[in-house]
Design a protein around this ligand. Structure first.
Ligand code: GAL
Length: 927
C-alpha cells in the first residue's frame, strides 16, 4: 500500500503537478495555532466566519469569483468547501483537475479575494451528492466503504494522493488560503477509529500542517480526545447544527424542533466550531426553495445564530450553504434533491442577494467590529422581564456581550438594568439582539448601547459608527467623555444628556439619524443610528463605507481617489465615506459633491435593459433505434456476470446492475434476446433507478409501456429497496415461435444513494435492471450500453447512454440540418428537440439568465436540458417542482450563438411545455 502511494506521489511530482498552481513563492507564510478560545493566525485571534460553497455545483470557474466576492462583501472571511471525489474521477485511476474541475484556480481565487478555506476532501462528503461523493465505480471495489478495509483504503488513498498535494500547496502556512483541513463527514455510525486516524496520518504525510477538524453530528463528542483516548481524535472537533430541520413546507410554523441549536464545547483545548450551521435546507417535500429560504430566514438567523454566538461562545462557524448552486448532470443524490441545489441560501442559485444576505451582513459586520469576542467567558447577565438573557465577557478588555432574546411570537417591552444604567427595551417576536458594553470604538469608548453595533470605519481624521435596532423601537447609547462634547444632530431626532463623564443619547430607531460628536479631546465621531434596513444599506468593504449600490466588491484609496468595484441594480444616489475627494466606480469617474456628513455624494447609473430572444425554430428527431430488433448491438457489452458486491440479491440471473459493466451515470440501455415460443403473455421486469426515475420497455420494436423505478424504500431497510416492479402484456402474435425476440429496456439511473450511516448497503444499492423474465422462456441473453465515453470538458457525470447522447446530439457542433422543423409534440420513447438562439448581453453588466417552463408541470415525460452540450437539469412532474433552470455564463455563451437540445423521455405521447429565456437578475458591474 505504502509503496503504491509513494509511486503515485513520485509520478505526480515528475509530472510537475506538485509545484504548479500554488501561491507565488513570494506570498507571505503564516502560522496557524489555536487555544480554547479561538483560532490564531500569526498569534492574532481570528473569528472564523465561513460560508459553504461547492465549486462543482457552479460549472463556470469564471463565476466562482463572483460568489466569493459576494461572501466577502457580507463580512465572511472564509469559505468551506467539499472536494468531490466523484466529480474528479470517472474511473479507477482516472483523475481530472482541469476546466470546471480546476481546484487550483478555485483556491487561487479565494487567495486573491482574501478568503480562508476550510478544505473538506472527504473522502466521504454526503452533501446530497450521488454516492455522497463516492465515485460510482467504488461500488465495484471490495471492502466496506468508510472503514479501514483494504480495498476501500487503496481506493481512497488514490483520491487523497491527488487532492492532498493541491490542498497542501495552498495552505496558509505556505502563503495560501487553506486554514483548516476537515477529514470525513459526520462519521458517527459504524465508526472505525483506525480509518479516522489513517485519514489524518495520510494528510500529514502529504504535507497538511494546518489544524485538522471534522464535522460531527448526532453525538457532539465523537472524535474529540474527551470521547475516547484511542486513535481518530481530531484537533478541533466541529459540530453540525440544523435547528430548523428540512420540512420547508412548514416554514412559518416550525421553530427549532431539534432544540436550541447550541454548539457544545467538545474539547477543552480547542475553540467551539459550528462546522455546519444551518443556513438553508434541502427541499425534502418539494415545497420549493423559497419555502426553505423562509424556514431559515431572517428571524431564524437572528434568533438562533445570535443565541449560538453568546450561549456557546463559538468563534468559528460555517453556514451551510452560503450559495447552493446546481446539481447539473448526474451530480445529485436522488432521494433528497432535484436539479436545483439553491438550498434557500442567502445567495440564490441565480447568484442574487436576498433579505437573508442582509441579515448575514448585519451579523458579519458586527463580528468584524468586535475583536474582543474572540476571547470570552460566560458571565452573569442581568435579568430582563419577558426576555431570555445570557452574557459573555472578554477577561482582558472587560467588553461584555449581552444576548437578549424573545422566544414569544409577539413583541415584548421591558426594562434593562445594565452596568448602572436603566434602558427601555422593545424586542419584536422571535427576535434577538447582542448588545455590547465597554468597547473601544476607534477613538471612542462605548459604555453601553441598546442598539446593535453594525460597523465602524475611520475615514480620514474621524470615526464613523453605525448602530441599529428594529424600526420604531427605543434605543439608547452611552459613550465616555471626560468633558461634555459638542453634539450636532444632522438628521433625525436624538436627545443628548451629559453627566458623570458619560454622554447618553436617546432616540427611536427610525430611518437613519446622524449625530456628529466632537471636541472633548477625541477624534470626531459620526454616529449613524438606523434600522435593520437602513443599516444594511451600507457596505463596509476594505474600510470604505458605501451606501446606494447593490454590492461593493472591493475598494482602494490611492492619492485622494477612492476606486470602487461595485454593482448597481438600479440608477440612484451613492454616498461614500473614505479618505478621498474623488470617486471612480468600475473604472469610471463619478462626479461628486461633499454632503453634510462630509461624505462624497454622487449618482450612479443602473443596468441596461436586456432583450432575450424567443426560442423558436425547433427541430425534432425521434431516436431509440435500440428498440428495433435489427439494431446492431455487436459492440455493446455482454452482460453475463453472476455475482456482485451489492448486498441486494438479483431477482434473476445474470446480474444486470449497470455499475458492474462500467456504466455509472444517466440512462442505460439493455437488449435481451430469447427464442420465442409464441405463447408469451407477459414480460416481468424490475429496475432500480433511485427516486424520481422510470424505465421504458419495447419488445420486437413495439413499445410496451413504462414503470416507476425502484427506490430505497426505507432508510432502515436499505438492503430491501423497492425493486421497481413492472409487468408488461405481450400483444398476441408479437413473438413468433422459434424466432429470436428482442427485448429493449431503457432505464434511468438517477444517481446513487448516499452512505450517511456508513453501512455500505445503501450506497452499493444497484442501479439498472435487477430482475427480468418472460414466463415460459428459459433464458434471455443480455447486452448493455451506457455512456459511450467521458466528455473531456464536461466530465464523467454529464452524459448518460441515450442514443442521442452517444451520437453527439446534445453538442453545439452537431449538424442537425437534416432534421425536420417540428413542434414540441412527441411520441412515446425518446425524442430530441433542438434549437439555436443568439445572445448578446450588455457588457460591464452581470445578467443572470434562466430557462423557464411556465405553468403546471405536466406528467408523463421528463426532459434533459442540454445547453451547448452541458446537461443543466431535468424537468418533469416526477422529478420535482422546479420550473426555472439557471443557465450560467460559461455554458451560456453571453455573446454568441447557443444551442439548446432537449432530450424528451416520454412514457406516452406528449406535448412538451414551450420553454422561454428569462432574466433572473441584472446588475451593472459584475465580478
Ligand atoms: C449534513 C451533511 C451535509 C449535508 C447536510 C444537509 O448532515 O454533513 O453534507 O448533507 O447535512 O444538507
Amino acid at each position: 500500500m505504502k509503496l503504491r502511494r509513494v509511486l503515485l506521489a513520485l509520478v505526480l511530482a515528475v509530472a510537475g503537478l506538485t509545484v504548479l498552481g500554488g501561491p507565488s513563492a513570494a506570498a507571505p507564510r503564516h502560522r496557524v495555532t489555536y487555544d480554547k478560545y479561538s483560532l490564531m493566525v500569526d498569534g492574532q485571534r481570528l473569528l472564523l466566519q465561513s460560508a459553504e460553497f461547492h465549486y462543482f455545483r457552479l460549472p463556470s470557474p469564471g463565476l466562482w469569483r463572483d460568489i466569493l466576492e459576494k461572501e466577502k462583501a457580507a463580512g465572511f472571511n472564509a469559505i468551506s468547501v467539499y472536494f468531490s471525489w466523484a466529480f474528479h474521477s470517472p474511473a479507477p485511476g482516472e483523475y481530472d483537475f482541469t476546466g470546471v474541475r480546476d481546484v487550483d484556480r478555485l483556491l487561487r481565487t479565494a487567495e486573491e479575494v482574501g478568503l480562508y478555506v476550510v478544505a473538506r476532501p472527504g473522502p466521504y462528503i454526503n452533501a446530497e451528492t450521488s454516492g455522497g461523493g463516492f465515485p460510482a465505480w467504488l461500488k465495484t471495489v471490495p471492502g466496506r466503504a468508510r472503514s479501514s478495509d483494504a480495498g476501500y483504503t487503496a481506493a481512497y488513498h488514490e483520491w487523497l494522493a491527488h487532492i492532498n498535494p493541491i490542498l497542501a500547496r495552498h495552505q496558509v502556512t505556505r502563503g495560501g488560503s487553506v486554514l483548516l483541513y476537515n477529514v470525513e463527514n459526520e462519521y458517527a455510525v459504524n465508526t472505525d477509529p483506525a480509518y479516522m486516524q489513517d485519514l489524518q496520518d495520510t494528510a500529514r504525510a502529504d504535507g497538511i500542517d494546518v489544524p485538522i477538524t471534522t464535522n460531527n453530528c448526532c453525538d457532539a463528542e465523537s472524535w474529540s480526545s474527551t470521547w475516547g483516548s484511542g486513535p481518530g481524535a481530531v484537533q478541533i472537533p466541529g459540530v453540525d447544527d440544523y435547528p430548523q430541520s428540512f420540512e420547508c413546507q412548514d416554514a412559518g410554523t416550525t421553530w427549532g424542533p431539534w432544540g436550541a441549536g447550541v454548539t457544545e464545547k467538545v474539547r477543552d483545548d480547542a475553540p467551539v466550531f459550528a462546522a455546519e450551521y444551518q443556513a438553508g435546507a434541502i427541499d425534502l417535500n418539494n415545497a420549493g426553495y423559497e419555502a426553505c429560504r423562509k424556514l431559515t430566514g431572517v428571524s431564524y438567523t437572528k434568533f438562533f445564530q445570535k443565541g449560538n454566538m453568546v450561549l456557546s461562545g463559538a468563534t468559528a462557524f460555517s453556514y451551510y450553504m452560503g450559495f447552493g448552486g446546481t446539481n447539473w448532470g448526474w451530480l445529485g443524490q436522488p432521494n433528497d434533491v432535484y436539479t436545483s441545489y439553491d438550498y434557500g441560501a442567502a445567495i440564490t442559485e441565480a447568484r442574487q442577494l436576498t433579505a437573508k444576505y442582509a441579515e448575514y451582513k448585519r451579523q458579519g459586520y458586527f463580528l468584524r467590529a468586535v475583536p474582543p469576542l474572540t476571547k470570552t467567558d460566560t458571565s452573569a447577565a442581568p435579568a430582563v422581564a419577558g426576555l431570555e438573557t445570557a452574557a459573555r465577557t472578554n477577561p482582558d478588555t472587560g467588553t461584555q456581550f449581552l444576548l437578549l432574546r424573545n422566544a414569544a411570537t409577539t413583541e415584548t417591552t421591558s426594562t434593562l438594568d445594565w452596568n448602572g444604567h436603566t434602558f427601555p427595551v422593545t424586542l419584536p417576536g422571535h427576535d434577538a439582539k447582542v448588545l455590547v458594553s465597554n468597547l473601544d470604538l476607534g477613538g471612542q469608548r462605548l459604555v453601553a448601547s441598546t442598539s446593535e453595533l453594525y460597523t465602524t470605519a475611520q475615514p480620514g481624521d474621524r470615526d464613523v459608527a453605525i448602530l441599529y435596532g428594529a424600526d420604531g423601537t427605543p434605543g439608547a447609547t452611552v459613550l465616555r467623555y471626560a468633558s461634555p462634547p459638542k453634539i450636532k444632530v444632522l438628521t433625525g431626532t436624538v436627545s443628548a444628556s451629559y453627566a458623570g463623564g458619560e454622554l447618553r443619547l436617546d432616540y427611536t430607531h427610525h430611518g437613519l439619524a446622524r449625530v456628529l460628536i466632537s471636541g472633548a479631546g477625541h477624534r470626531p465621531l459620526l454616529l449613524m443610528l438606523g434600522t435593520d434596513d437602513t443599516a444594511a444599506s451600507f457596505w463596509n468593504v476594505d474600510g470604505v463605507l458605501v451606501r446606494g449600490t447593490s454590492l461593493v466588491r472591493s475598494a482602494s484609496q490611492v492619492h485622494g481617489t477612492v476606486a470602487l468595484r461595485a454593482d448597481t441594480a438600479k440608477a440612484g444616489p451613492v454616498e461614500v465615506f473614505a479618505n478621498a475627494r474623488k470617486l471612480t466606480v468600475n473604472g469610471m469617474p463619478v462626479p461628486t459633491r461633499t454632503g453634510r456628513s462630509s461624505s462624497l455624494e454622487g449618482t450612479l447609473p443602473g443596468p441596461r435593459g436586456v432583450e432575450l430572444p424567443a426560442l423558436a425554430g425547433w427541430k425534432q428527431r425521434a431516436e431509440a433505434p435500440e428498440a428495433r430488433p435489427a439494431f446492431d448491438d455487436s459492440r455493446w457489452t455482454v452482460a453475463d456476470k453472476t455475482t456482485s458486491l451489492s448486498t441486494f440479491a438479483p431477482i434473476t440471473q445474470p446480474v444486470l446492475f449497470s455499475d458492474e459493466y462500467g456504466y455509472h451515470a444517466g440512462s442505460v440501455w439493455y437488449r435481451g434476446r430469447f427464442t420465442g415460443t409464441g405463447a408469451e403473455t407477459t414480460v416481468k421486469l424490475n429496475a432500480i433507478t433511485g427516486k424520481r426515475g422510470d424505465y421504458l420497455v419495447w419488445l420486437n420494436g413495439r413499445y410496451l409501456g413504462s414503470a416507476a423505478g425502484g427506490v430505497q424504500a426505507d432508510s432502515d431497510a436499505p438492503v430491501n429497496p423497492d425493486p421497481g416492479p413492472g409487468e408488461f402484456a405481450v400483444p398476441a402474435g408479437l413473438v413468433q415461435p422459434g424466432r429470436t425476440a428482442v427485448l429493449s429496456v431503457l432505464v434511468q439511473n438517477m444517481g446513487n444513494n448516499d452512505d450517511w450511516t456508513a453501512e455500505d448497503s445503501r450506497f452499493r444499492q444497484p442501479r439498472g435492471l435487477v430482475g427480468a423474465s418472460v414466463p415460459g422462456v428459459a433464458e434471455i441473453s443480455w447486452k448493455i450500453q451506457g455512456q459511450a465515453r467521458v466528455d473531456p470538458v464536461r466530465g464523467g457525470l454529464n452524459n448518460g447512454g441515450l442514443y442521442g447522447e452517444r451520437s453527439g446530439w446534445s453538442l453545439p457542433g452537431y449538424d442537425d440540418r437534416s432534421w425536420p422543423r417540428a413542434g414540441l409534440s412527441v411520441g412515446a420513447g425518446v425524442t430530441w428537440l433542438r434549437t439555436g438562439f443568439p445572445v448578446d448581453l450588455p457588457k460591464n453588466q452581470d445578467t443572470s439568465v434562466a430557462l423557464r417552463f411556465d405553468g403546471e408541470i405536466p406528467s408523463g415525460y421528463r426532459v434533459l436540458i442540454y445547453l451547448n452540450g452541458w446537461n443543466l437539469g431535468q424537468y418533469g412532474a416526477a422529478i420535482g417542482p422546479q420550473t426555472d433552470f439557471v443557465l450560467p455564463a460559461g455554458p451560456l455563451r453571453q455573446h454568441g450563438r447557443n444551442t439548446l437540445a432537449l432530450a424528451v423521455i416520454a412514457e406516452r405521447p406528449s406535448t412538451v411545455t414551450t420553454p422561454r429565456l428569462i432574466v433572473a437578475g441584472s446588475q451593472r458591474g459584475g465580478a
